[in-house]
Structure formats: structure tokens, C-alpha cells
Design a protein. Structure first.
Length: 155
């Protein structure tokens, strides 16, 4: 198992933290020098806070864990495509690399022709490395399962 797969498996596990509360299943893990700094999952429904995304939660948790907010050199793993708000926070935090499991499709989502790479380019940070395709089948299956349960009114 590669290091990317190891941390994406942890992100998949973290995604399920608030599943019983009907949260969107997205998990995020921040890693520095091969060590987990922080994790986060969506809590928007629980907290009545539409900014409570997995990536934001992981970055918020990283500050207290490190005693500072500088995430320069860190890798952020996410089971889904980070939105533009999360991408902006990653830029501000100094994230160096983003590893994605799920792949956003403009045909299946609500962001149009968006990608995290385009968001980084808009703010002249195309130097942030984006790696796609890590455990994509597992991440996508989790997302589609959530959407199916949502359509049936189960979440």
C-alpha cells in the first residue's frame, strides 16, 4: 500500500464520523513529513454551519495540534473535490499538495466547470500540487451511496 493510499484510507474512515447525523460523507487528513497533523469531516448539518467542510475542519484542527497555523509543506488528503472556499483556505494556510480520491464531474455536481486546479490558478498558486485518483473507486462509491440514501430520504 502506498503512503497516499494509507492516508486516503484514513480520510475514508474519518468521513463516516458523523454519518448517523446525516452529514455529507467527506473526510480530510493533513500530513506533514509522513505524520498525521489533523483530520476533519463535514459537520455542516450538526453545526448549522455551511462552512463546516471536512477540509476546513482539518485545517482548523491543525492549528491547535501544532501550536501555529502555518501548514507550509503539508499535504491535504480529501475524499472529494474541495470547493472554492476550501481551496482558498488551503492557499491561505500554505498547503503544498492536495491528494484527491473522488473526482468531481461537471455532469454530476453543482459546481459547473470547476476544479481545484482552476481555483489555485485563479489566485496565482498553480504551484500547489494536485494528485488525483487515489482510491477513487472507494471514494466515489461512498459519495454515490450517500446521494442514494439522501434521495430515499434516509439522511
Amino acid at each position: 500500500m502506498s503512503e497516499h493510499e494509507k492516508f486516503m484510507r484514513l480520510a475514508l474512515k474519518v468521513a463516516h464520523t458523523h454519518e448517523k447525523e446525516g452529514e455529507a460523507l467527506v473526510g480530510s487528513v493533513i500530513v506533514r513529513d509522513g505524520e498525521v497533523v489533523a483530520t476533519g469531516c463535514n459537520t455542516a448539518k450538526r453545526d448549522l454551519d455551511m462552512t463546516a467542510h471536512a477540509e476546513i475542519a482539518a485545517m482548523k484542527n491543525a492549528g491547535p495540534a501544532q501550536g501555529h497555523t502555518d501548514l507550509s509543506g503539508c499535504t491535504l488528503y480529501s475524499t472529494g473535490e474541495p470547493c472554492i472556499m476550501c481551496a482558498g483556505a488551503m492557499v491561505s494556510a500554505g498547503i503544498a499538495r492536495v491528494v484527491l480520491g473522488g473526482n468531481y464531474s461537471k455532469h454530476n455536481g453543482g459546481f459547473g466547470d470547476y476544479s481545484v486546479e482552476k481555483a489555485f490558478t485563479l489566485v496565482n498558486r498553480s504551484d500547489i500540487e494536485v494528485i488525483r485518483g487515489v482510491l477513487t473507486a472507494e471514494c466515489e462509491a461512498m459519495r454515490w451511496d450517500y446521494w442514494a440514501r439522501q434521495a430515499r430520504g434516509e439522511v
